[in-house]
Ligand binder design. Structure first.
Ligand SMILES: [Fe+2]
Length: 150
């Protein structure tokens, strides 16, 4: 396992998690209308999850001898709920990709592999949940109706 490479990749993950803290908190602040009751909490919970992952990854970077980044990427902003959810799905999908790349660098380090797999599972749960939320219910109803008729 190349320590320098894994530290670099973990810092990329950390940058992404810091972005999530700001992006999800912003989403929680601005989401408005009837659905605010549902989605404000969901977005704030996602901000907390990102902070939790940032904490884990930051600790791991230091344990490996690196310095955790304080930088983040650009935050995608909107006040439109559907767009907020699409940004969230995009964010979680990117996280899945990044932790999968980090796993490839962990090679035969079992402990680091398990550490990354646990986070990866959270990220994939995020993708699955948002995919279900964003699935068009009319299209699903139509497909159920079609299969009944068929
Ligand atoms: Fe995360």
């Amino acid at each position: 396992m190349d320590k320098t490479k894994i530290i670099e990749k973990l810092n990329e993950c950390l940058r992404h998690e810091w972005t999530g803290v700001a992006q999800y908190a912003q989403a929680g602040f601005v989401v408005a209308g009837l659905w605010r009751e549902v989605y404000a909490d969901m977005f704030f919970d996602s901000a907390k999850e990102s902070f939790g992952h940032a904490k884990q990854v930051g600790e791991k970077i230091v344990a490996l001898g690196g310095i955790p980044t304080v930088e983040r990427n650009a935050v995608k902003q909107t006040q439109d709920l559907l767009e907020l959810l699409n940004f969230a799905l995009e964010f979680e999908s990117k996280a899945v990709k990044m932790y999968t790349e980090a796993l490839a660098l962990a090679e035969d380090d079992r402990a680091l592999t398990v550490f990354l797999e646990n986070i990866l599972e959270d990220e994939q749960d995020g993708v699955d949940q948002l995919t279900r939320i964003l699935r068009d219910p009319k299209a699903v109803a139509a497909s159920i109706g079609a299969s009944k008729v068929g």
